[in-house]
Design a protein around this ligand. Structure first.
Ligand code: FES
Ligand code: FES
Length: 150
């Protein structure tokens, strides 16, 4: 079937199967920043924004986003780069596999909760897993990026 969506501020017509998930549709249409790690709503790698809200694209049927606004990391390059530089400065740069989803969640947190507590940051990022490094450097970077001192 054919659906019309806005992806990164561009109107796009997508051809999707009735049982296809959004993560697969986005990758099929060239948005290769969208990764998949688990396919079971556990890892957060596939996070994109739907109408500004971070959402696991591996768990949303593509036809359900008809008429909506999708944002991938390609659509927020400047903000993503600013945060990535802080991550690197904290020695917490992540692999290309988990970074896009993690960064999309951090940028959404910035938009959604002004001046969050450490507890709120940890809670907000609970769904984004890393299988290889850890979380303390990332937490430092998120706090620096958000200007949080707690
Ligand atoms: S691939 Fe979507 S949450 Fe893991
Ligand atoms: S999974 Fe990417 S840095 Fe751990």
């Amino acid at each position: 079937m054919q659906i019309d969506v806005t992806i990164n501020n561009k109107q796009i017509s997508l051809t999707v199967d009735f049982n296809e998930f959004l993560a697969d549709s986005l990758r099929k249409h060239g948005f290769s920043s969208v990764r998949k790690g688990c396919d079971t709503s556990c890892c957060g790698l596939c996070s994109v924004w739907i109408d500004g809200k971070p959402t696991l694209s591996c768990s949303v049927l593509a036809f359900r986003v008809a008429g909506k606004n999708i944002t991938t990391i390609e659509g927020v390059e400047t903000e993503a780069e600013a945060f990535a530089q802080i991550l690197a400065a904290e020695g917490a740069e992540q692999c290309g596999f988990c970074s896009p989803g993690f960064i999309m969640t951090v940028l959404a947190l910035k938009n959604e909760i002004p001046n969050p507590t450490e507890e709120q940051i940890i809670h907000y990022l609970t769904g984004n897993l890393c299988r290889c490094t850890g979380y303390m450097g990332q937490l430092r970077a998120v706090k620096t990026y958000l200007g949080v001192n707690t």
